[in-house]
Ligand binder design. Structure first.
Ligand SMILES: NS(=O)(=O)c1nnc(N(Cc2cn(-c3ccccc3)nn2)Cc2cn([C@@H]3O[C@H](CO)[C@@H](O)[C@H](O)[C@H]3O)nn2)s1
Ligand SMILES: [Zn+2]
Length: 263
């Protein structure tokens, strides 16, 4: 497997050329999950997702990734269980990927990189009434991370892949409805690691309970190639830049422990 050390000097997106350290940040994400140092916690429950495909609204290119956004004005698409005490509302999901299949994920497992990583973003609707409020609070957010590996074509993903050419440029949006994000979860949603961290893109707020699934999902090489056909740049810009390597590098653990729901 490829580890971070093997990476050639990967040209990072301007977002990551600046100071990568958040002043006073001691719970930043992503991290390397060292399996033998994770602590089994028998109190951790299986995840309970209840997503309503009717709340799917649009898919758009925000110049860093592509986001599938859900109507989060009611408790229709929710996550509970796992390490969570409250109910969380799905607001969007997106991916991070590399220019090659050798890297692209944000989290790593024993330094192992995956070609891509899915993030399903939720906020605590028991305690807050808006995402903007929750994002400023300790553990106001819960993000499920799912690793992608290249292999069999993912039938559920294809509807999303087919929509990507319409949002090639930064700022483009198209209607995208009736998509059930549960199809992107691995079959085993009982085994995961969980730790307290942050958003991996600005504002990098330290408000995320991360839930990283142990089991990956498989997508085909061609499906991943369509992700790479997206552009960081808007239609007006002269120089078009491929949307690849849109991941943040690993951050120091700063004494945090990672719990596992499995032995
Ligand atoms: N790599 S990852 O760790 O997982 C993520 N990295 N970034 C993510 N999001 C972007 C974001 C926006 N804000 C923010 C903070 C304060 C005020 C306003 C926005 N923080 N992170 C998550 C995200 C949120 N949203 C939408 O933000 C709107 C407010 O701007 C809100 O009204 C919508 O309900 C919500 O869906 N989109 N993305 S996640
Ligand atoms: Zn993300």
């Amino acid at each position: 497997a490829v580890t971070l050390r093997d990476l050639p000097a990967v040209k990072l997106h301007p977002m990551w050329q600046g100071p990568l350290v958040v002043p006073g940040g001691d719970r930043q994400s992503p991290i390397d999950i060292v399996v033998r140092k994770s602590v089994f916690d028998s109190e951790l429950k299986p995840l309970v997702t209840d997503y309503d495909p009717q709340t799917c609204q649009q898919i758009w290119n925000n110049g860093y990734s592509f986001l599938v956004e859900y109507d989060d004005t009611t408790d229709k698409s929710t996550l509970k269980g796992g390490p969570l005490q409250d109910k969380f509302r799905l607001c969007q999901f997106h991916f991070h990927w590399g220019e090659s299949n050798a890297w692209g994920s944000e989290h790593t497992v024993d330094r192992r990189l995956f070609p891509a990583e899915l993030h399903l973003v939720h906020w605590n609707s028991d305690k807050y009434s808006l995402f903007e409020e929750a994002v400023m609070e300790d553990n106001g957010l819960a993000v499920i991370g799912v690793f992608l590996k290249v292999g069999r074509r993912h039938e559920g993903l294809q509807k999303l892949v087919d929509a990507l050419p319409a949002i090639r440029h930064k700022g483009s949006v198209v209607e995208f409805t009736r998509f059930d994000p549960a199809c992107l979860l691995p079959t085993n949603t009982e085994d995961y690691w969980t730790y307290h961290g942050s958003l991996t893109t600005p504002p990098l707020t330290e408000s995320v309970t991360w839930i990283v699934m142990k089991q990956h999902i498989e997508v085909s090489h061609d499906q991943l190639a369509v992700f790479r056909s997206l552009l960081f740049t808007s239609a007006e810009e002269e120089v078009q830049k491929s949307m690849v390597n849109n991941f943040r590098v690993q951050q120091p653990l700063c004494g945090r422990s990672v719990r596992s729901s499995f032995t």
